[in-house]
Design a protein around this ligand. Structure first.
Ligand SMILES: *Cc1c(COP(=O)(O)O)cnc(C)c1O
Length: 345
C-alpha cells in the first residue's frame, strides 16, 4: 500500500539553514558554532537538518533526551553528540558509553553515575544563575569532579535576549569556573548570547533558534533567514452569502457574497487558536486572511483575492518567526516546536 498524497507539509529551506549556521559561526569570532538540535531540531526534523549542519561544518550537536541522542547518531558521528539532561541513572550512563555520545554532567550524583560505569570524555554544565540544570559553583571544588575528563565546560545564560545585568554576572562566574576546572573547551552563548561579544564566546557557541530562522534579539535582524515554511492544501472551496457564519461559535459573519477555502491545518498541527481571525496565508504575492476560529484539523481562509484557487491547491502559512510571534503572542520557540506530526517533513 502506498500512502495517499499529504495535505500538510513543512518545507525546510536547507540553504537558509546552512547560511544561518555559517553566519552564527562567523559572529562567534574565534569560537566555533555548534548546534542545539533538541526537540527534533526545534520541530524541523533531525533527518532534514543534522546532515545539512554537519556539511556546513558543525561538529557539536546538543540534544536534551537520550532518545534524541539515538536520532542524532543516525546522521552525525556519535562523538559529536552531547546529551544535555545527563545521566539520571547508571543505565543512562551505560547507554551513553555504548552509543559513544557525551553526557552533560549536571550534578555530583550524575558525576557518580558516569564515573561508576567507567567514565570517559564528558561535558560539565555549571550553573551560573539560571538555576535550572548544572553543578552549583559551590560544588566545583568537590574531588569527585576532578575525576571527570571534561571536554566542554558549559553554562547557560538566563537573559541573553535582553540587556540585563545578569549577563555580565553569569559571564564572570563562568570565567571563574573556567579557571577552576580542567577542561578542553568552554561554552556559554546560545543564539542571543553570540551577539553579546567575544567575552561570551569561549571556544564553542550553542545556537538553536537562530539556526532555524528565529531572531531572538535585534542584533540578529537582517542576518538570519527564514528556514521553516509550513504549507497546507485546500480541502474544499465554498461560496458564502451575506449573513453566513464560519466555524465554531460563528465568530465570523460574511457581509457580502464571498468565496472561502477550508485548509488542512489546525491546532492539532500546532497552528493554535491564537491565529483565529489573525493568521494569513500566502499564495504567491496574494495574502489571504484566516476567518473565524482555527479548529483541530481545519482553518478557513478568505479566497476573495484568489478566486482561481481550487481544492488541492497549496498555500503557504505566513510564518516569518519574529513577525508571527508578534502577531500571535506565541514565542518563536513555541511556534517551531509546536508544529505537529502530521506535517510531511
Ligand atoms: C536550547 C539550548 C540552547 C540553544 O538556545 P537558543 O536560545 O535556541 O539559541 C543552548 N544551550 C542550552 C543548554 C540549551 O538548552
Amino acid at each position: 500500500m502506498t500512502l495517499p498524497d499529504p495535505t500538510l507539509r513543512l518545507r525546510v529551506d536547507t540553504g537558509a539553514l546552512a547560511d544561518n549556521w555559517r553566519s552564527l559561526d562567523r559572529l562567534s569570532g574565534n569560537a566555533r558554532a555548534g548546534a542545539a538540535v533538541k526537540a527534533d531540531a526545534y520541530g524541523l526534523g533531525m533527518a532534514t537538518t543534522a546532515p545539512v549542519l554537519r556539511a556546513a561544518g558543525c561538529q557539536d550537536f546538543f540534544v536534551a533526551h537520550w532518545s534524541e541522542a539515538l536520532a542524532a547518531c543516525a546522521h552525525v558521528p556519535s562523538s559529536m553528540v552531547s546529551v544535555l539532561h545527563g545521566p539520571m541513572s547508571s543505565a543512562d550512563a551505560v547507554f551513553a558509553r555504548e552509543l559513544g555520545v557525551k553526557p552533560v554532567i549536571n550534578s555530583l550524583v550524575q558525576a557518580t553515575h558516569w564515573i561508576e560505569v567507567g567514565g570517559g570524555l564528558c561535558d560539565l554544565m555549571v550553573d551560573t544563575g539560571i538555576n535550572r540544570l548544572g553543578v552549583p559553583m559551590s560544588d566545583l571544588a568537590d574531588p569527585l569532579l576532578a575525576k571527570l575528563s571534561i571536554d566542554v565546560l558549559l553554562s547557560h545564560l538566563a537573559s541573553a535576549d535582553e540587556d540585563s545585568p545578569m549577563n555580565a554576572v553569569q559571564q564572570e562566574r563562568w570565567s571563574a569556573a573556567r579557571k577552576q576546572m580542567a577542561h578542553r573547551r568552554a561554552s556559554l552563548a546560545n543564539s542571543a548570547g553570540i551577539t553579546l561579544g567575544s567575552a561570551y564566546h569561549g571556544d564553542l557557541t550553542r545556537p538553536g533558534i537562530a539556526l532555524y530562522g528565529g531572531v531572538p534579539c535585534a542584533a540578529l535582524n537582517g542576518v538570519i533567514r527564514q528556514v521553516a515554511y509550513p504549507e497546507a492544501a485546500i480541502l474544499q472551496v465554498r461560496d458564502l452569502r451575506p449573513g453566513d457564519h464560519v466555524g465554531y461559535n460563528a465568530t465570523f459573519t460574511a457581509t457580502s457574497h464571498m468565496r472561502i477555502g477550508v485548509l488542512s491545518i489546525g491546532y492539532a498541527d500546532g497552528y493554535l487558536r491564537a491565529w483565529s481571525g489573525k493568521g494569513v496565508m500566502h499564495n504567491g504575492y496574494r495574502h489571504l486572511p484566516v476567518l473565524g476560529r482555527v479548529s483541530m484539523d481545519m482553518t478557513v481562509i478568505d479566497l476573495t483575492a484568489a478566486p482561481d484557487l481550487r481544492e488541492g491547491d497549496w498555500l503557504e502559512v505566513c510564518y516569518d518567526l519574529p513577525d508571527a510571534a508578534a502577531k500571535s503572542g506565541l514565542s518563536q520557540y513555541e511556534l517551531l516546536t509546536g508544529l505537529g506530526r502530521r506535517f510531511q517533513r
